[in-house]
Ligand binder design. Structure first.
Ligand code: HEC
Ligand code: HEC
Length: 306
């Protein structure tokens, strides 16, 4: 019978839609932008990072990469605690994305050294042989425009100073993009804490254990090979880390600690491999002989030498 009273129907329908709008849109917006959801350590982008963010958007990186850790077991196991709204307060527009051809990048900051990203952006296959990510070589040749970036900082209301803007002169789009990638997720406090894992007394559980050494070889191939060669090579393409040629002289506890904690200067922490896995790699490295270049592929033969 309401359909016979168009004015009343109009008023009631409008009211119903308004209530729905307030509950599903206005209220969450208030929560997200309210103080309760802020994360104090999450800071706005600096000028270089903001320029990099725009390169990221222009190149359509978000068509292949999401920037949100979903509250699903698989996501949390792979990337850590699921994303909170406070992580994205300075993302206008956000780049959560809906498609993952490549890994999620919400926490990629600090995962690799800059040098890794340079190589990876210029030629992804050099770092990850099975990668189908396109190469972005051209970014090296494009300069950042400081004046334009300053305008963007103003529009977004991000704090900046003139020194920061002047420092943009001579920077390329690749520099900016990498600065942006290194910022992603690195402000979150629980991520900082996760890095400091305490290890008990160091005792090598696998001395001369052939099976463990063979597994160490596999772990090395999948985790370390992209940055480290096992011998000196003249045609080095992957020279992010030094070649690991003299590991016999390396104290095994020092080696364990270095792999577990990283160096903070390019060598990432591999605590995520786990104590057992790291000891396997240590034993593989300690047993690897120089000149034995294919040795880690036929790990079965090793350990019998004794
Ligand atoms: C066609 C899809 C595609 C596009 C477009 C793309 N990527 Fe990727 N990306 C991938 C795939 C697949 C991987 C995984 C293999 C690899 O590391 O190369 C990846 C890996 C990465 C990684 C390493 C992530 C990690 O945790 O190991 C970074 C960083 C990255 N991409 C950044 C970018 C940036 C920045 C852009 C835009 C300039 C971009 N990607 C564009 C597909 C893509
Ligand atoms: C993303 C690149 C990268 C990956 C992956 C990587 N490293 Fe490194 N590593 C470096 C860099 C860069 C250095 C040298 C800089 C430094 O000392 O901080 C280094 C240094 C080292 C050193 C010290 C070498 C020396 O002669 O002092 C060892 C040992 C080492 N890495 C072992 C490993 C092992 C084992 C793995 C795999 C679990 C691994 N690295 C994975 C980049 C990497």
């Amino acid at each position: 019978m309401w359909e016979k009273k168009p004015i009343l129907l109009l008023v009631l329908a409008t009211l119903a839609i308004m209530v729905g709008t307030v509950i599903t849109m206005v209220l969450p917006f208030k929560w997200i932008n309210g103080e309760g959801d802020r994360i104090a350590s999450v800071k706005p982008y600096n000028a270089l990072q903001l320029a990099g963010r725009d390169v990221y958007i222009r190149e359509g990186c978000n068509n292949c990469h999401s920037q949100v850790v979903r509250p699903l077991v698989a996501d949390v196991l792979r990337y850590g605690d699921y994303s909170k709204s406070g992580e994205f307060v300075y993302d206008q527009p956000h780049l959560w994305g809906s498609r993952r051809m490549g890994p999620d990048l919400a926490r990629v900051g600090g995962k690799y050294p800059d040098a890794w990203h340079v190589q990876h952006m210029k030629q992804p296959k050099v770092m990850i042989p099975q990668s189908n990510m396109p190469a972005y070589t051209a970014l090296v040749g494009n300069a950042i425009d400081p004046a334009y970036t300053e305008k963007k900082m103003k529009v977004l209301g991000f704090p900046y100073n003139q020194a920061e803007i002047q420092a943009l002169a001579g920077k390329t789009e690749l520099d900016a993009l990498i600065a942006y990638l290194q910022k992603l997720g690195s402000d979150i406090p629980w991520r900082q804490q996760a890095k400091a894992v305490v290890v008990g007394d160091l005792v090598n559980p696998f001395v001369n254990d052939a099976a463990a050494i063979a597994e160490g070889a596999k772990l090395f191939d999948s985790n370390c090979d992209s940055c480290h060669d096992l011998k000196m090579e003249s045609d080095d393409t992957d020279d992010v880390g030094p070649p690991l040629t003299n590991m016999k002289d390396f104290d095994e506890n020092d080696l364990f600690t270095l792999i577990h904690d990283g160096t903070g200067a390019g060598m990432p922490s591999f605590a995520s491999i786990g104590v057992t896995g790291i000891w396997k790699i240590v034993n593989f490295l300690k047993n690897h002989k120089e000149g034995d270049d294919e040795g880690h592929k036929k790990g079965d033969d090793e350990g019998h030498e004794k």
